[in-house]
Each structure stands twice: as structure tokens, then as C-alpha cells.
Design a protein around this ligand. Structure first.
Ligand code: PEP
Ligand code: MN
Length: 336
């Protein structure tokens, strides 16, 4: 952290700032220029820079080191590759996850998984606990939904992911799913993140509706700080002033995150756009921009889906898209 003092600051004020940071465990390195004195505060402690900005004689405080450690490329240079039953995310591998928004019935999951499996998909999605905006909307089948998800996935030799909404559900999820999904609305549920840090299964961390990339990475840091190194980030669109699409897909988050962090980042074009006809172009854009995976809503009968039918692909549409994505990936020397 650099503390830039005001021009003509008194020696007394400089000393007060130095004493202040030293008391909080930092070393002080002073550099006196013609106009400004700059104090470099070096240390590992967390400090609120506003507290220093309020001290007499301080012009501005510039943070140099990033607040995240374990998620950053400084901690680990090579890409983290997460391998879930042969589906790989990161390091040149693009993982594909597909399935309906929510688990409705055994037959619905069976019909959808049969098609997806035929197209080569090895990881199935399906919510059993749904974070719905309205309390009157379908809330999910609960544990019964997880059972159906696993039963169907086992039948087609697929892995599964589903959204966990609270700490008490974690032991139940560990029985049924291969990746625990944290939804956008829970990205800053710090108790949940801490508990997921204690498990040793991959976590799919969705970006919050209005979260900055830094806030999102700090949430990943919570999980990693607990010792769980298997975090997959998921860009799922952010809230902007635009209303034609459900959210605005932040494609630039892919290269931005990949420069800062070694963690894989995947894209959810379904929740990002909310519109079926936008899924193919956005999936292609995500792969072209370097995404490490995709999670796409596909339903055996989108017209009768209990939720998110309008953004769910028909299985045949998905099959066609997947072939195009594989061709696209090979151009940039990556593979599904
Ligand atoms: C989901 O994937 O089912 C979901 C609810 O997504 P999000 O948390 O991104 O809204
Ligand atoms: Mn959905």
C-alpha cells in the first residue's frame, strides 16, 4: 500500500502516519520527492484504507497488492484443471454441463439425459432446491430431486451438479452430486462458502447478480481459504440497465479472470440471456473468448418445462450446437 502525503505536509503528520501503520503490523518505507512524501506500507495484515485516508496530511492511499491470495496467479502460475469423472475444466480442456433448469420427474430427467448422453455430454445439471424470486413459484423437489438426478446420471454414466442453498444441506448433497453449485444469489453467503471450504469436492461458484469480479474472486478465496482448492467460477450474466436480455453476459470477465486467477471459468449463457435463440451465439462467443466450460439448460420438452423453458434448448438444437462448439474449440487448440 502506498500512502501519498499532501504537499508541504508537516513532519509531525508524517510521523503520526508511520506510527499508525507500524502499530498495525506494517513496515514503513519513506520516500521523499520534491512535492510529495510517499510512505510504503509493507505487511500481510488486512487494513481498511479509509482509516488511513482520514489521517491528517494524507492525500491518497493506493492499494498495490490484491486482496485475494490463493485464487491468484501469484500463488499458482499454472491453470488449475478440475477433473470430474473425466470431464475436465481448465488448462485447454472445456467442460460441458447440460440439463434442465430443475428436476421435475424421473421421466423428464430420463428423456433429457438419454438425448444428452447420445450427444456425448458427460455431466448433467438439474436444480432440486430452487432459489426462485417468488415464494409461490416451484421451489424444487428437494432431496427427491437429487435422488432422481443421481439415479438417471448413473444410468447413463454421467456426473451431476446441482445447487446447494444452505449449510445444513451440504451432507445431503455430498451423497448425490459431483459438483456443488453455489447460485448467483448465494455468492456472498459467507457461511455457506466457509462450509464449502471444508469439503473436498468441486464447487461451481456463480457470479452474483451485481457482483464485481473482485467480489466474486473474494468469494472463491473464502472457499479456498478453508482448504478446498477445487473451485470453478461461472459467469452467468450481470444486472445492467438492459432489459431485452434477462442479464448481460460479461464475456470480458473470461480473459480478465484468467489473467488474475488460475481457476477455471465457465459460462452459463442460459441465465445470462434468458432467451433460447441467444444461447448458440453466446456459447460460441464464450468458447472463442477462452471459456473453460459451459453450463447450458436443455429440456426434453421446453414448451412444458416447469421453469426456464424459454431459455432451454430443445435436445436437437443442443446436439447441433455441441458439434459446432467442438469444431470451434479445435481452431483455438482446445478440446471438449
Ligand atoms: C441455476 O443455474 O439453476 C440458477 C438458478 O442460476 P443462477 O444462480 O445463475 O441464477
Ligand atoms: Mn434456470
Amino acid at each position: 500500500m502506498l500512502i501519498v502525503m499532501q504537499p508541504n505536509v508537516s513532519e509531525e503528520n508524517i510521523k503520526k502516519v508511520i506510527d499508525y501503520i507500524k502499530q498495525r503490523g506494517f513496515d514503513a518505507h519513506i520516500s521523499k520527492g520534491e512535492d510529495h512524501t510517499v510512505i510504503g506500507a509493507v505487511g500481510r495484515k488486512v487494513i481498511d484504507k479509509r482509516d488511513i485516508e482520514l489521517l491528517d496530511g494524507v492525500k491518497e492511499v493506493i492499494r498495490i497488492s490484491s486482496p485475494y491470495k490463493l485464487v491468484s496467479r501469484v500463488f499458482q502460475k499454472e491453470d488449475t484443471v478440475i477433473d470430474v469423472k473425466g470431464v475436465k475444466f481448465g488448462g485447454g480442456h472445456i467442460g460441458m454441463i447440460a440439463g434442465p433448469c430443475t428436476v421435475e420427474t424421473y421421466d423428464q430427467m430420463d428423456a433429457t439425459a438419454a438425448k444428452l448422453s447420445k450427444y456425448g455430454v458427460k455431466m448433467l445439471r438439474g436444480g432440486a432446491f430452487k432459489p426462485r424470486t417468488s415464494p409461490y413459484a416451484f421451489q424444487g423437489l428437494g432431496e427427491e430431486g437429487l435422488k432422481i438426478l443421481k439415479e438417471v446420471a448413473d444410468k447413463y454414466n454421467m456426473a451431476v451438479t446441482s445447487e446447494v442453498m444452505e449449510v445444513s444441506q451440504i451432507p445431503m448433497f455430498l451423497k448425490y452430486v459431483d459438483i456443488l453449485q453455489v447460485g448467483a444469489r448465494n455468492m456472498q453467503n459467507f457461511n455457506l462458502l466457509k462450509s464449502l471450504g471444508e469439503i473436498r469436492k468441486p464447487v461451481l461458484l456463480k457470479r452474483g447478480l451485481s457482483a464485481t469480479i473482485e467480489e466474486w474472486l473474494m468469494s472463491a478465496e473464502y472457499i479456498m481459504a478453508g482448504g478446498n482448492r477445487q473451485v470453478i467460477l461461472c459467469e452467468r450474466g450481470i444486472r445492467t440497465f438492459e432489459h431485452i436480455t434477462r442479464n448481460t453476459l460479461d464475456i470480458s470477465a473470461i480473459p480478465v479472470v484468467q489473467k488474475i486467477s488460475h481457476l477455471p471459468i465457465i459460462v452459463d449463457p442460459s441465465h445470462a440471456t434468458g432467451l433460447r435463440d441467444k444461447i448458440a451465439p453466446m456459447s460460441k462467443a464464450a468458447v472463442a473468448a477462452g471459456a473453460d466450460g459451459l453450463i447450458i439448460e436443455v429440456h426434453n420438452s421446453p414448451d412444458t418445462a416447469v421453469c426456464d423453458g424459454a431459455q432451454s434448448l430443445y435436445p436437437e438444437q443442443f446436439g447441433e450446437l455441441y458439434e459446432e462448439l467442438k469444431a470451434l474449440a479445435s481452431v483455438i487448440k482446445k478440446s471438449f
